[in-house]
Each structure stands twice: as C-alpha cells, then as structure tokens.
Write a new protein. Structure first.
Lengths: 109, 114
C-alpha cells in the first residue's frame, strides 16, 4: 500500500484564509520533508521536520513521529501560495525519499 | 550559485529510440537522484547514486540505467524507450551527512515517447 498519504488531495481557499495540510505515513521515518511545487515547475524544500514543531515565515509544521503523521499549516494564504505541496519521508536512512501524491492548493484573490 | 541543471528540458522520441537525460550540479554533492513524476502517482525514485560509480536501484529501476563517472554529473539512460516512459523526470542532489538537508531539485525534463 501507499506509504505516504496526503490529505486533502485538493483545496481551494480565499486569499487570507488559513490552510491545514496532512501527511500520514505507514513506516518509520528517519526524516520528513515538506516541498512546494509550482504549477509545471520544480520542487523547493519548505521544511525539514522529523519531529516536533517548526516554523518558517507563515508556515508551521508539526510532526508526531510515534503517530506517523505530520501537518503543514499555512497562515494568511496568498495567491502566490497556489501550487502543490508534497510530503516526503526517508526510510531507514539511505537518503531515499518516498513522496506522497501531494495536496493541490488554489488560493483565489 | 547552488544549482542542479537538467538537459534537455523537453524531449520527444519515438518508441525504440535510445534516450539520454543529463544532470549536473555545482555543489560537489555526493548523493544524486533520478525521479519520475506521473499524475496520481507522485514522484517515484528510479536510481540513487552515492558517489562516482556507486549507484543503487530505487523503487522503479526497470527499463532504466544510470552512469556517474564524475561527482558533478549523473546521467539517466533509456535503452529502447517505451511509450509508458513518457513522464517528467527530475534529478536532485544532496550532501551526505548534512543534518536534515533536503535534496535540491532540477527543473525537470519532460519526455514524450511516441
């Protein structure tokens, strides 16, 4: 079965609203990364958060390792936040990342 | 400037032709990756390279091979391409041992096999 599951698969917000993205994983993760992918573009790392809570700008990630879940909170969304948010875990070291299928976010003005 | 460069950006090939995708990085990263991205499937790891001539299969290596003769350069080769290899291919690199460092991705190569 799929090792990394993300929800929701898509989300539409009005500018200024907050977003909560979820990532659940079925195997022990030694590392957890959140990425942003612009439409038709490449991936950019947002946060590395294997456990606990981390903040950067308007982004907050909380990972509960023993429950195998992570969340990404985007506050005061902007139209430029539109794109796909990907969660990825690293299993058993070895530097191999397994990706979820992503949450597609659309922020309307 | 830290960058992963992929060439070409777009490629159209006929079934049965050989395909060479190239990737370079200027950070002397030890680890490099090839992923493919398909709708509904996300990114899937094809191969990982831990250094020159130290390559390991990922989750979907069948139909692909790789070459890494210099640390800064990692090639993906499709011998006799198939239509189901139409996809977007991403190369990435990272430094081993860097705590929590995420891979740096290239812009992708969009391959169509007709």
């Amino acid at each position: 079965g799929q090792q990394v599951q993300q929800s929701p698969s898509s989300l539409v917000l009005q500018e200024g609203e907050n977003a909560e993205l979820q990532c659940n994983f079925s195997s022990t993760a030694t590392q957890l990364q959140w990425f942003y992918q612009s439409p038709g573009g490449s991936l950019v790392s947002l946060l590395s958060n294997p456990s606990g809570t981390k903040h950067t700008g308007r982004l907050t990630s909380t990972t509960v390792t023993k429950e195998r879940r992570s969340s990404l909170h985007i506050s005061s969304s902007q139209t430029t936040d539109s794109g796909t948010y990907l969660c990825a875990i690293e299993r058993n070291m070895g530097y191999k990342l397994t990706f979820g299928t992503g949450t597609s976010l659309l922020v309307d003005p | 400037d830290m960058k992963v460069t992929q060439m070409p950006r777009y490629l159209i090939k006929r079934m049965g032709e050989n395909v060479l995708l190239e990737c370079g990085q200027d950070m002397s990263h030890e680890t490099m990756y090839w992923y493919r991205q398909d709708p509904g499937l996300g990114l899937q790891l094809i191969y990982i390279s831990y250094d020159v001539d130290s390559n390991s299969e990922g989750d979907i290596p069948k139909g692909y091979r790789v070459s890494r003769k210099k640390r800064e350069h990692f090639s993906l080769i499709l011998d006799s391409a198939k239509t189901n290899q139409t996809s977007v291919y991403f190369c990435a690199s990272s430094q081993q041992g860097e705590n929590n460092q995420a891979p740096l991705f290239g812009e992708g190569t969009r391959l169509s096999v007709l």
